[in-house]
Design a protein around this ligand. Sequence first.
Ligand code: AMP
Ligand code: ZN
Length: 499
Amino acid sequence: MQSNELKIFNTLSRTKEVFKPVNAPFVGMYVCGPTVYSNVHLGNCRTFISFDVVYRYLMHAGFKVRYVRNITDVGHLTGDVDIGSEDKIGKMARLQKLEPMEIVQQYTNGFHDMMRVFNTLPPSIEPTATGHIVEQVEMVKEIIDNGLAYVQNGSVYLDTQAFIGKYPGVYGKLSGKDQDNLQTETRALKNQSEKKHPSDFAIWVKAPEDHLMHWPSPWSTGFPGWHLECSVMSTKYLGSPFDIHGGGMDLQFPHHENEIAQNFSACGCAPSNYWMHGNMLLMNGKKMSKSDGNSVMPEELFSGDSPLLTKGYSPMAVRFFMLQTHYRSTLDISDGALQAAEKGFKRLMDAYKTLFALKHSDGSINESEEVEITAACDACYTHMNDDFNTPMTLASLFTLVNKINTYKDGGSVVSNISQAALEKLQQTFKEFIEDVLGLKEEASTDDKIVDGLMELIIDIRQESRINKDWSTSDKIRDTLNELEVQLKDGKEGTSWSKL
Ligand code: AMP
Ligand code: ZN
């Protein structure tokens, strides 16, 4: 099925490398998930859609993938100096007068809903940071025991200078930073002076008095450092080293760099072999970011309720729009680009429908036409094998769209290619559009109205039967019979279909 080997751009080596899983056909993939203190923005969605395609293609290529994506639900003190010592989840809890875990639940639910709307597959495991505090405390102990962390006033810091001495060339390699630029995010902590060196970073933080989310530990009542959860949960479920670690480009430093340092410090090896980073979704040329207020909510995009948009766009048109750009390139969102994507998506899906309505009939075979079709089908694999190149894959599918449209114009009967070539074309379309790219036909407004009306009719029929109002239930049955609509009563309720 595969026309060549899968190559992945590895941030660590900055080259495309042939993908060799540790234990083929099994593949372990970890992607940093959302911090659940507000609704996901479209930039987050882009990253998760990019890795959804990676997950889907790996499975399509025959790998048995365990996909782990975490939920960051510990209130971290990150680089946001403006929020002082208050963490984002705690701040939202205080503002909304809710429990921190209510905030977490509310936005986790919203995140899941949005992932479903974009037709992304759920991960195999979705661990939470708060569910793995014990393991995080264990890793801090290991790092201290290995002499690579020190305790100061109840907080624990990774000793970057000792680390660099023990593992030369590791710290800074992923992000390409030199020693002078490796100072990390702990500037939000008040006690900078606690650190032996500016680049040291907290792996356990003593909680300030008013900090809502905290746990006991041998060093203080506190909470784990921001990077620790991913070091712990990735290797707990995938072993070490595992195959692919992913996330947005903005996480390369300090998050992923520090994760690597933690894993080496605890067990002497890197967490993963391939590091993949998705590029940023930009808005007005700047990274889309919740904390900067420079973001569009997916709901606004669907409804068109934004001064930046002339209309709303469907989730699948937005997904298609994102896949038209390679995951390692930046993507600038604009109304014009979305309009073009909407047209392109419709053209693709129209051709997909047409393709399955085409009839084959024997005729004289046009060899070059067959070669062209086979080549475009195979090219879908070649492009996906080339570091998941979705724009080029779509370009090959559009070469095929042109062919399909000529068959349609010619009366929807295909006679100049073999039955086998037509079937290959159909299979390629189905597999790449649905399975790999995760695109699907959206229900039209008319379909949604029909579904709603049928639900109402089924409810009325149910009530009339309970009330022994046989004339109403008979009338419903007879009318549906005339319309050739069949009702089927089952354990899960009543369903309907067209005869
Ligand atoms: P966060 O909820 O901020 O921790 O981010 C969750 C994921 O979304 C991470 O992998 C980030 O790298 C990614 N992300 C954040 N902002 C953007 C953006 N503007 N474009 C693409 N990905 C982003
Ligand atoms: Zn992470």
